[in-house]
Design a protein around this ligand. Sequence first.
Ligand SMILES: Cc1cc2nc3c(=O)[nH]c(=O)nc-3n(C[C@H](O)[C@H](O)[C@H](O)COP(=O)(O)OP(=O)(O)OC[C@H]3O[C@@H](n4cnc5c(N)ncnc54)[C@H](O)[C@@H]3O)c2cc1C
Length: 255
Amino acid sequence: MAILKEKVLSVHHWTDKTFSFKTTRNMGFRFKNGEFAMIGLEIDGKPLLRAYSVVSPNHEDHLEFLSIKVPNGPLTSKLQHIKVGDEILINSKPTGTLVCDYLLPGRNLFMLSTGTGLAPFMSISRDPETYEKFKKVVLVHGVRTAKELAYMDTLNNLNKDDIYSEVTKGNFIYFNTVTRDEWPRKGRITTWINEKKLWTALQIEEFNPEEDRIMICGSEEMTFEIKGIFEKLGSLEGSTKVQGGFVIEKAFAEK
Ligand SMILES: Cc1cc2nc3c(=O)[nH]c(=O)nc-3n(C[C@H](O)[C@H](O)[C@H](O)COP(=O)(O)OP(=O)(O)OC[C@H]3O[C@@H](n4cnc5c(N)ncnc54)[C@H](O)[C@@H]3O)c2cc1C
């Protein structure tokens, strides 16, 4: 397995807790939309790598990532200071379970995320194959404060964008929720699902485990809570080996 060296092309700080950056891409680095790779920096002469979902869809010629800034985090306390031209290490072997191929064919796809758990869904939402497989593609992003709604403008515009309107054909739905600030859609994603308010708010057919598919990416707590809800509704978990009704990935490891 090789470690590729890429150059930072741009950096965008969303808040004091999150930022995004783009890098060059060795086109030999192949990935499925939704997968993650080990990326990082050389620190004290050694590579320090962490798992990161790729934000940019795999047809683009650069790579993009969305990152947390963990105070005193071994990697992100340094990564948050990267500048254009700096070197990023990227392990050449991406992997992950948040891939449409690991879901059974279905009607509507729901991608449910909190915080940086949004990252893998940014590439899946811009993948033409997603829209060939599903009638409606719904991306739900839950955060604490409104300014943490990374990529909100891109997502609000996806159906109107010069390039992506051809891809989504109006079938993409973006739905954000905020727990702490005043916001038109307040509350936790689990509450929106448990109270069945989500389907009404989306003006979409109510969830049917036979037909609808789910992807979940967030904190460990959120991931397992939502997994439990869909299992109770009769959906079965898929994996890289067996297709299922839903697939999950923790957006980060809790310590
Ligand atoms: C499959 C997978 C995919 C991941 N994808 C991403 C991604 O796309 N973007 C990203 O920023 N991180 C992602 N992570 C987390 C990432 O691997 C690192 O943990 C993160 O970059 C912090 O690294 P660190 O060395 O600074 O601190 P670490 O020592 O790795 O983490 C310290 C603590 O910070 C908290 N933490 C770590 N990451 C996050 C996060 N993303 N959101 C909230 N709290 C967090 C946890 O409590 C953790 O115990 C992913 C993790 C996994 C397992």
